[in-house]
Write a protein that binds this ligand. Structure first.
Ligand code: GLN
Length: 404
């Protein structure tokens, strides 16, 4: 084995593993979160035009001016935050690079960072690359969602806390942090002089009755917050990998110090396409949200009917479902066993969320389904789940050849 020690705890990401399993068994892939349809035509046309009109050399290191301007207007419109495109906005290769650049650019070895779990898996690997120390605060299942315990959060803070990593709307639980929680986190950050790193990639995927608020918009927080976001989720362009950070100049300097040596800059023509979408894409977002509101209900209702314990997500495009009633009947031990069983026996793939916990057992009773799909895809997944999970003998094998 030649892999550096810092990566050996993480193996292959669960997203690659489960997508590969889905492909092998021709299963409907509700594991890795990506849409099964294309992003808006106007974005693709502008990117194509940029390719055909000579925008094919390196973009400036912090991003093309047109995209940084568009991000500034978008942020001001969506979160009420005014940012200087020259000194406060950096375009990155997806939010995943922004996460890594933030950790590598702002943390010193041994710095403590509070992380809510379950967490998006790259947080931990990025902290390991920076040689920083994660302190985990659990989001526990509640009657209708997931929540941290305020005493546990307060206890995690100390004079050693350099940063806290928050993610709202949250992957994988679908919760949106409410005003009380944001206020609570903000006052702890102020009290302990802590940086808030706020992953807001699902900022536009918030369902009726809920509202997204950036922690940067709270009093005294703008100067200590790094907002991370991307175009992937809002515009169904996960393969373009165009993300960004918004942070005050002193924090942006650190992020750019890392970004210049990680990727230097991001695909030039795609930045033109994203700039167009951020500026003119509101109607596309409304259509997308209507679609996801529909597939969210369809899938949640079907899972509930099948015996899963479902907490309706407030945002994001994931549902965390408690599978214990079902797996008990099937004689399967945990989420990993169930996620290996499902593609073969039901023709549907999902994510085992134990991969998102420092103590995997905490996630073992859940399974994560992505509903960022066309209605017909979700319908077919439901049909397959029903047939596999309501059969008298559910151990019968699904035959991929019968799938149209
Ligand atoms: N964020 C996506 C998810 O949670 C996947 C990202 C990835 O595959 N790296 O499904």
């Amino acid at each position: 084995m030649h892999t550096a020690h810092r990566f050996t705890p993480f193996g292959t990401t669960i997203f690659s593993e489960m997508t590969a399993l889905a492909n092998t068994h021709q299963a409907i892939n509700l594991s890795q979160g990506f849409p099964d349809f294309d992003g808006p035509t106007i974005g693709k046309n502008i990117a194509t035009k940029a390719i055909n009109t000579g925008h094919n050399q390196y973009a400036p290191m912090p991003g093309t001016p047109i995209l940084r301007e568009a991000i500034a207007s978008w942020a001001s419109r969506i979160t009420g935050i005014d940012a200087d495109p020259n000194t406060e906005i950096t375009v990155t290769a997806g939010c995943t690079e922004a996460i890594a650049a933030t950790m590598l650019g702002l943390l010193n070895p041994g710095d403590e960072v509070i992380v809510f779990e379950p967490y998006y898996d790259s947080y931990r690997a990025a902290l390991a690359m920076a040689d920083a120390k994660p302190l985990f605060v659990t989001l526990y299942p509640t009657k209708d969602g997931f929540a941290y315990r305020p005493d546990e959060l307060a206890a995690a803070f100390s004079h050693r806390t350099k940063a806290i990593l928050i993610n709202t709307p949250h992957n994988p639980t679908g919760i949106v942090l409410n005003d009380t929680q944001l206020d609570e986190i903000a006052s702890l950050c102020i009290k302990h002089n802590t940086i808030a790193i706020s992953d807001e990639v699902y900022e536009r995927l918030v369902y009726p009755g809920n509202a997204h608020r950036s922690i940067a918009s709270l009093p005294h927080m703008r100067q200590r917050t790094v907002i991370l976001s991307s175009s992937g989720k809002s515009f169904s362009l996960t393969g373009w990998k165009v993300g960004w950070s918004i942070a005050p100049p002193e924090l942006t300097a650190g992020i750019r110090a890392a970004h210049q040596f990680l990727t230097f800059s991001v695909a030039t023509p795609l930045q033109y396409g994203v700039a167009e979408l951020l500026t003119t894409g509101e109607e596309e977002i409304s259509t997308l949200l209507a679609q996801y509101t529909h597939t969210r209900s369809l899938l949640a209702e079907a899972l509930d009917e099948l015996g899963f314990g479902v907490r309706l997500p407030q945002g994001s495009y994931f549902i965390m479902a408690d599978h214990t009633k079902i797996t008990k009947q099937l004689g399967l031990a945990d989420d990993v066993a169930f996620c290996r069983w499902l593609p073969i026996n039901a023709g549907v793939a999902a994510i085992p969320p134990s991969a998102f916990y420092s103590h995997p057992a905490q996630g073992a009773s859940f399974i994560r389904f992505a509903f960022c799909k066309q209605t017909k895809t979700i319908d077919e997944a439901i049909t397959r789940l029903r047939s596999a999970l309501t059969k008298p003998n559910p151990k019968g094998h699904h035959n991929p050849k019968n799938i149209p």
